[in-house]
Design a binder for this molecule. Sequence first.
Ligand SMILES: [Zn+2]
Length: 335
Amino acid sequence: MQARRRPHRHAAFSAAFIAVHGRQLRAGQVRGAGFGRSGPRLARPRLQGGLPVLSPAAPPAVKSYNLEAFVLRMRPLGEADRIVTLFSRERGKGHAVAKGVRKPHSKFGARLDFFSRVQLSLHTGRSLDVITAAQTVTSSWESVIDPERFGAASYVGEIVDALCEPDLAVEDLYDTVCQFQQGLCDKQADPELLIAAFDLRLLQALGLTPELDACARCGTGLGNRPLAGGRAVLSAHAGGLLCRTCSLQLTESERYADERSGVFSVKAAEFKALRALREAILGDAASLTSAAAGCSASSLHRATRPFIEYQLGRRSKSLTVAGNQQHALRAPKAG
Ligand SMILES: [Zn+2]
């Protein structure tokens, strides 16, 4: 049987867009610049007595607007400015400039904290929009001073930034990030379990949900039958669960591919927990713990991570850094 081809990134997002908006993406609607340049195009001016007149149907160009968004990333720009990567419900991912925020007496620089939810006023700029005011809606500052929670927030910032197209709203994903922030602030919630649940919800929001109810290759329903040998075979390359027949038909290269696209198996209890985790409420520690049903957070995250890294096409930098830090902390001190 021919191996399933990896879905093209744009094809996947096009599918997600259709799921959300019910129509196909048009050429030129997704662009790489900041907010504000992907809205409906204005009708071309028609000439009347030699003077250009805008069509009455054309909406006026928006100069200033308000936006609630998460701060995913900040990079220095010039002497005192920053480029801020934002993620909002209405506009998806985008970049904006915060001028003068690295100066000691900046008016709102302190409110543009990493992974904070902020209410912004922006002015449409020539290339990037400019942030003119910011108010904190919810802050994660107290949570992200904990290294493990900071690692989890960095991971979410990294994959949302990497997997979301600019200026493409994904409302379900915004709600999931809101829930993730609530979970992050809840000391009862395990950050690694939060990440595993977030992985599944992010893939779902982008139309890339791993198939866990039937075989991803032949479509055979799982039903209520026990899994062969007490383990479930999963493959990020195939897109989810593999039935016994399909897992036996794997070629050598598929079976022994690298971790990201290779085949791996999980215990039946972990597979059941993964299915339950799809419906868990991220902001509710009790809901996550109940879905995990005694399975360790690291075993569940090990099962979701290949699906994310397969879409990323690389390892997560945040998880690699966090893993190295934990390894360094566990290593016995010299002398
Ligand atoms: Zn099958």
